[in-house]
Design a protein around this ligand. Structure first.
Ligand SMILES: [Zn+2]
Length: 258
């Protein structure tokens, strides 16, 4: 009982933290997409009228809902992506908090989720997954690899897992030869290579599957405009967080079938 209360408390604060982070990252990603050389600098402003936003305008989720998605100063609609990024940040942090609880390993997965959210937003805005974010994601794993006292077993796991994106890369290259067009974004393949440092080979398959299902669902729900390429990164990222948190029981069930 006491433990459940502690987890609920932890999840509440992680939801707040995740929403604030989502808001911040969305702001930085949209500045980055607009070509701002310093996306992290300066106060938050309204994208339409440029009015500096006060504390009242910066309460994640609630500011958006109270103002019905409109700027207080100019009445212009605030992009729904702002709210989506805040909710995604909160959801990802709550998932990770509920799964890992208050322990050292939680740190690794919070940074994991935060970086995946950041690269989802850049992929969404500009169809680009920056190499810098992928490098940070790999570096985070390297740091925690030592902090968590991992050893030979984890290295072997990672080597096995790396075979999945490697096989996929070969498949994509062959398909591109045959089709004569891009079959999968280069950034998505690179992302899978980095995810292999965190997830086992079976979990990577599950991540790919979850990413495809989520992507198809999204396309079905939004009517997926023909001709416009949908970014796969955000769905792959969501699939990775879900797999990291809930993949274990799913895979146990699946392998139990044989
Ligand atoms: Zn405004």
């Amino acid at each position: 009982m006491e433990e459940q209360l502690l987890t609920a408390c932890l999840c509440f604060w992680l939801a707040v933290l995740g929403a604030v982070l989502g808001s911040f990252l969305d702001c930085a990603a949209s500045r980055w997409a607009a070509g701002d050389p310093r996306p992290f600098a300066g106060r938050s402003r309204c994208a339409s009228c440029g009015h500096t936003l006060g504390a009242r305008d910066l309460v994640p989720v609630f500011s958006f809902l109270f103002r019905r998605g409109r700027c207080r100063y100019c009445g212009e609609t605030i992009p729904a992506e702002c709210l989506a990024a805040e909710l995604a940040g909160a959801a990802a942090f709550v998932c990770v908090g509920a799964r890992f609880g208050l322990c050292l390993e939680l740190g690794q997965w919070l940074v994991f989720a935060a970086l995946l959210l950041a690269l989802s937003l850049t992929d969404w805005a500009k169809r680009i997954i920056p190499d810098k974010l992928l490098a940070l994601l790999a570096a985070n794993r390297a740091v925690w690899f030592f902090a968590l006292g991992h050893g030979v077993r984890e290295v072997l796991e990672a080597v096995k897992a790396l075979a999945v994106p490697a096989a996929l890369l070969v498949l994509v290259l062959v398909m591109e030869r045959l089709l004569g067009r891009e079959a999968m974004g280069g950034g998505d393949v690179k992302l899978l290579f980095v995810l292999a440092l965190y997830l086992g080979w079976a979990e990577l398959f599950l991540t790919l599957l979850a990413g495809c299902v989520l992507g198809l669902l999204w396309a079905a729900l939004t009517g997926g405009k023909k001709g416009t390429a949908m970014p796969f990164g955000p769905f792959l990222a969501a699939g990775a967080v879900l797999t990291a948190c809930y993949g274990g029981p799913v895979l146990e069930w699946y392998f139990g079938l044989f």
